[in-house]
Ligand binder design. Structure first.
Ligand code: GLV
Ligand code: GLV
Length: 327
């Protein structure tokens, strides 16, 4: 039997590609950029499997362009780029990469939290400019972290891991009730965390960290109205998806000091950022690097490939988003 044809829409770590090459006939996009829409649609016309990125839209038009497709593996945990119901309607399994990037992403949320609280980037810039006048009692005062209140929006895998890391800082932990109303037992047991309403979380948190998926319910959850209900000393951290925040409203809220600061890894219109954001010294801006450690990206590559190889064999992949297609 000929090996199945597979497209990888942008180079992923070599450990994944090696494994794919053993079992499939692989084509990897050789450009160091995402494929354009027309390149993608053209490249999938005769493939059975695709490994794609969060920047690839996997929708009806994509499936129409790939009539032989038997599986799509997302090289990301977030899957707002995939129309999962459409895949399911067509009987095409799709997968993501949960778990392997949980700790790395939670750690990056802490990097942003501390950077914003202690003005790490702003003051690094002062040092490099040669304009530091020497130590001063009133210089560069930031916010304490220990003993303060951390609000988690999206207490799933990453939100839970991020909250658990607060143990070293003795924080009070609040989390937003999940849409299904379920409590988070890990956080309840280990942190004595409180499950609160959105209003309570906004009003009481010193730090708010976003870990929810992007859905119609979470799009622009953080807008001017939400910022007005937060503490003026609050810091907002986003390692989830950019559109959970109305970025123009955030710029205004930071300019007007409705909240004290923000640490962002994701943006509404990547790779663009909202007008005015770059000029704000109370924002820390990272280029969507939540999972960007060598080990984590290799683990994501291995998981995405294992998912795809299972789907090509007609088996349920380890982390399937629509296992009902196998029933
Ligand atoms: C990255 O944003 C991911 O969803 O894995
Ligand atoms: C995804 O959002 C996760 O929690 O792993």
């Amino acid at each position: 039997m000929p090996q199945p044809k597979v497209l990888v829409t942008r180079a992923i770590p070599e450990n994944g590609l090696e494994l794919l090459r053993i079992h499939t006939n692989v084509t990897v996009n050789q450009e160091d950029r995402p494929m354009t829409r027309s390149e993608l649609l053209e490249a999938v016309h005769d493939v059975q499997g695709v490994i794609g990125l969060l920047t690839d839209q996997i929708d009806a038009e994509f499936f129409d362009a790939a009539p032989e497709l038997t599986g799509y593996a997302n090289y990301a945990v977030g899957y707002d780029n995939i129309d999962v119901p459409e895949a399911t309607r067509r009987g095409i399994p799709v997968s993501n990469t949960p778990d392997v990037l949980t700790q790395a992403t939670a750690e990056l949320a802490w990097a942003l939290l501390f950077a914003a609280a202690r003005r790490v980037v702003e003051t690094d810039t002062v040092m490099r400019s040669g304009l530091w006048p020497g130590w001063g009692p009133l210089q560069y005062l930031g916010a304490d972290v220990s003993g303060r209140t951390l609000g988690i929006v999206g207490a799933g895998r990453i939100g839970t891991a991020m909250a658990m890391m607060s143990r070293g800082f003795g924080m009070r932990v609040l989390y937003l009730e999940s849409p299904s109303g379920q409590r988070n037992q890990t956080l309840d047991e280990h942190l004595n965390a409180e499950c609160v309403s959105f209003d309570q979380l906004l009003a009481q948190s010193d730090f708010v960290s976003l870990h929810c998926p992007l859905t119609p319910a979470t799009r622009h959850l953080f807008d001017m109205e939400a910022f007005q209900r937060m503490k003026r000393t609050a810091i907002l951290v986003n390692t989830a998806r950019g559109p959970v925040i109305n970025e123009d409203d955030l710029v205004k809220a930071l300019q007007e000091h409705l909240i004290a600061g923000a640490g962002l890894d994701v943006y509404e219109n990547e790779p663009q950022i909202a007008h005015g954001l770059a000029a704000l010294s109370n924002a820390v801006l990272l280029p969507h690097v939540g999972s960007a450690t060598k080990n984590t990206r290799e683990a994501m590559a291995e998981l995405a490939v294992r998912n795809l190889l299972a789907m090509l064999r007609g088996a349920t992949p380890p982390t399937c988003l629509n296992p009902e297609v196998f029933k």
